[in-house]
Design a protein around this ligand. Structure first.
Ligand code: CTP
Ligand code: MG
Length: 233
């Protein structure tokens, strides 16, 4: 696959598990808002042409001003998101030019993305794989709960991975996946759309435990500690 690599960055959520009043993407992480960390690190990916930042109607103008101030020369465009992560990603995708052969989707809430793994995922997609996502193998023993809080079985962890972002795709295939999976189908990541539409296979690229998603305030403290210890790369 030739053509440029574009990034779609969904940032249109409400961060309800983080706080009812503070925007988690604007929370301070060692001197910079989480969102700026994420964009700054994405911009270090070799061959990345442009970023489409997808925001909600109440945050779009503010994010735009923030990015213009913190990263004045960065190739960042803006799009208005939707009610679900999936809808926001689709809106972002519509702002990517069709000649971009490769698109990567990355959660704004993951500031510590691993550059080397992303670079490998892009290489795999350019070499012909429909999609490649950054993920980590499950290391804990996995239990299924029947009644809340009571084990019914131990799930074999062999072959289980935790999906993270970035998730990289041939743009044409990701667009087709969005169009073919009914809008009401609930998905929790982008690769799942290719799985449901039989448009894969999607490769798993080993990422890093440090690539955490800021979901609760405790995650922000963990990210701070990882950055300070130099482990967030
Ligand atoms: N997201 C989005 N549009 C939505 C919902 C989520 O662009 N309608 C984005 C979030 O901004 C985030 C990413 O998708 O960068 C992953 O979502 P998550 O971590 O769940 O964030 P929120 O949905 O904002 O948080 P919560 O689920 O706690 O409300
Ligand atoms: Mg959410």
């Amino acid at each position: 696959v030739s053509g440029a690599v574009w990034a779609v960055v969904p940032a249109g959520g409400s961060g309800s598990r983080f706080s009812s009043s503070e925007d988690k993407l604007l929370a301070d992480l060692n001197g910079q808002p989480v969102l700026i960390h994420t964009l700054h690190r994405l911009l270090q990916i070799g061959g990345l042409q442009s970023i489409v930042l997808v925001a909600g109607e109440h945050t779009l103008a503010h994010y735009q001003a923030l990015v213009e101030n913190a990263l004045p020369d960065a190739p960042v465009r803006f799009a208005l998101g939707g009610a679900s992560r999936r809808a926001s990603v689709y809106q972002g995708l519509l702002a990517v030019p069709e000649e971009a052969g490769v698109v990567l989707v990355h959660d704004a809430a993951r500031p510590l993305l691993p550059i080397a793994a992303v670079t490998e995922a892009i290489r795999r997609v350019k070499a012909g794989q429909p999609g490649a996502i950054v993920a980590v193998p499950v290391q804990d023993t996995i239990k299924r709960a029947g009644n809340p809080g009571e084990i019914t079985e131990t799930v074999d962890r062999q072959g289980l991975w935790r999906a993270q972002t970035p998730q990289v795709f041939r743009q044409e295939i990701l667009r087709q996946a969005h169009r073919s999976v009914p809008a009401e189908t609930d998905v929790t990541d982008d690769a799942q759309l290719l799985e449901l539409a039989s448009l894969g296979p999607v490769a798993l690229i080993p990422g890093a435990e440090s690539n955490l998603k800021i979901t609760t305030p405790a995650d922000l403290h963990l990210a701070e500690a990882l950055l300070r210890a130099g482990l967030g790369s």
